[in-house]
Design a protein around this ligand. Structure first.
Ligand SMILES: Cc1cc2nc3c(=O)[nH]c(=O)nc-3n(C[C@H](O)[C@H](O)[C@H](O)COP(=O)(O)OP(=O)(O)OC[C@H]3O[C@@H](n4cnc5c(N)ncnc54)[C@H](O)[C@@H]3O)c2cc1C
Length: 442
């Protein structure tokens, strides 16, 4: 069976490795000159910066990601790093909440701080534990949990406590998002509290480990797929650099909206499917500042005021903290600018966020090394509107089951951050669920 994978980011490489383990020899098509997509790291002035990976949950021994990475022999190529103290520090309405690496400890701290809500906190954690197991077993992922976070939090009245819980939507949807899918919330919430780790070398190290592990995959870089063909038996070929190449199955890790535009001949039912996909709401877009901060920052700092802003430390370089400042931004404000206008707007926005962050915390000197706009993310993922995590992981959209690994076009499959969920957890889960459709070859 000839299988093509469109996209050489985290999900494309993962799908290739999992297919190899099942006896297949797939081909990856990557449109850029480098593998890694959004996850990769980059070096400027000899300093290593992270783009799309800072930390992840489910990495404690026995948890989902730890087990999956061990199963793929990736853990021996990577070094997990534990946070010494709180992994996140939240600044909410002049109060500080430190998030410890233990769900039981966090629950205890919250009950001490919000005694009137003690019982509701107990119930909330209990509901989260109930669905916190992450699993790619078919019986798990066909169950649709349509509850939103708002539904489950309805008895919690204290606004500040609600905000503390809502912080965790930032990892897969957007800040303080009450309509987020509760199912994925619980998985992120508990698995972060009990298993957050950094990975030495950041996203670049994950990509290198995946690349090194591949032995039967053909990798084609600078190879943009522009068309996908089908006949009555399903997809049968793709077009890359004017060459039509036959395949029995195609896995696209590229945004479903972008992928479906590659077909010239969708039938009526498939066009209806495309129109549902086109209607899906995206997660918001963002601005990143890659900088060196003259202070030792251990914990990820999240400032929730009128506008959200976060400071995510990666590592220490010559006594300074290598960090990314992340803030909300708008794709539409960059979309149609000339080169000069773009540069000017980018500089202004960078300055605006720096001014804000300096007022919130005494960081000492901040040396800006580089920055990126919503257009940068769009360039790396070829997705939709530079959205931070692609398709928004809302309760409504997840319960519609529109974006699942098996599509309405026969032998076309989806993987990647837009399908089940974003991030390392989402990419692994999506790829593992997808493997249920590819029989193990004897
Ligand atoms: C700022 C930021 C911070 C993040 N932080 C974290 C974090 O701390 N922890 C975490 O777990 N997750 C984090 N994430 C999420 C995580 O980085 C992504 O969900 C993940 O990298 C997505 O991988 P992917 O392979 O699904 O998609 P992508 O990385 O977008 O890969 C898609 C690939 O397809 C290629 N492509 C596109 N079109 C074509 C075409 N026509 N032909 C061939 N190739 C094509 C692209 O060039 C790209 O390489 C973060 C994301 C962002 C943006």
């Amino acid at each position: 069976m000839k299988i093509a994978i469109i996209g050489g980011g985290l999900s494309g490489l993962l799908c290739a490795l999992m297919l190899e383990r099942r006896g297949y020899s797939p081909t990856i098509y990557e449109r850029l000159s480098k593998l890694g997509g959004v996850l990769d790291s980059f070096k400027r002035k000899k300093v290593l910066f992270d783009i799309g990976f800072h930390y992840s949950g489910a990495l404690e021994k026995g948890q989902y990601l730890y087990n999956s990475m061990q199963g793929l022999e990736l853990l021996e190529k990577l070094k997990l790093e534990k946070y010494d103290g709180a992994f996140d520090t939240l600044y909410i309405d002049d109060e500080i909440f430190e998030v410890p690496l233990s769900s039981l400890e966090f629950k205890k701290q919250l009950q001490a701080r919000f005694p009137k809500e003690s019982e509701n906190i107990e119930i909330f954690f209990h509901k989260c534990y109930e669905v916190s197991e992450i699993s790619s077993k078919p019986e798990q992922f066909v169950k649709v949990d349509s509850r939103s976070l708002k539904d489950v939090m309805k008895d919690i009245k204290d606004e500040k406590l609600r905000k503390v819980f809502l912080h965790f939507t930032i990892f897969y949807a957007t800040a303080f998002y009450e309509d987020a899918s509760f199912d994925f919330y619980a998985k992120i919430f508990i698995n972060m509290l009990d298993g957050t780790r950094k990975i030495e070398g950041g996203g670049g190290a994950i990509i290198s480990a995946l690349k090194e592990s591949l032995s039967k995959t053909t990798i084609k870089k600078r190879s943009e797929v522009t068309k996908i063909f089908q006949d009555k038996n399903g997809v049968n070929a793709l077009l890359c650099k004017d060459e039509k190449v036959a395949y029995d199955a195609i896995i696209s890790t590229v945004h479903p909206k972008t992928t479906l535009k590659m077909f010239d001949d969708l039938d009526k039912k498939q066009r209806r499917y495309q129109s549902h996909i086109e209607d899906l709401e995206e997660s918001p877009s963002f601005f990143s500042i890659f900088c060196l901060i003259d202070a030792q920052i251990e914990s990820n700092l999240y400032f929730y005021g009128d506008e959200f802003i976060s400071v995510l430390p990666s590592r220490i370089y010559k006594g300074k903290t290598v960090a990314t400042i992340l803030a909300g931004s708008y794709y539409s404000e960059y979309e149609n600018l000339s080169e000069d206008e773009y540069k000017k707007k980018k500089e202004q926005e960078c300055q605006h966020h720096l001014n804000r962050v300096r007022k919130l915390y005494d960081f000492g000197e901040i040396e800006v090394i580089d920055s990126s706009t919503p257009l940068t993310k769009q360039h790396y993922s070829n997705g939709s509107e530079g959205s931070i995590y692609g398709v928004l992981c809302s309760a409504k959209q997840k319960s519609l089951s529109v974006v699942m690994p098996r599509t309405r076009v026969k032998n076309l499959y989806f993987a990647g951050e837009n399908i089940i969920a974003p991030g390392l957890i989402g990419a692994f889960l999506g790829a593992e669920i997808l493997m249920n459709y590819f029989e193990e070859k004897k």
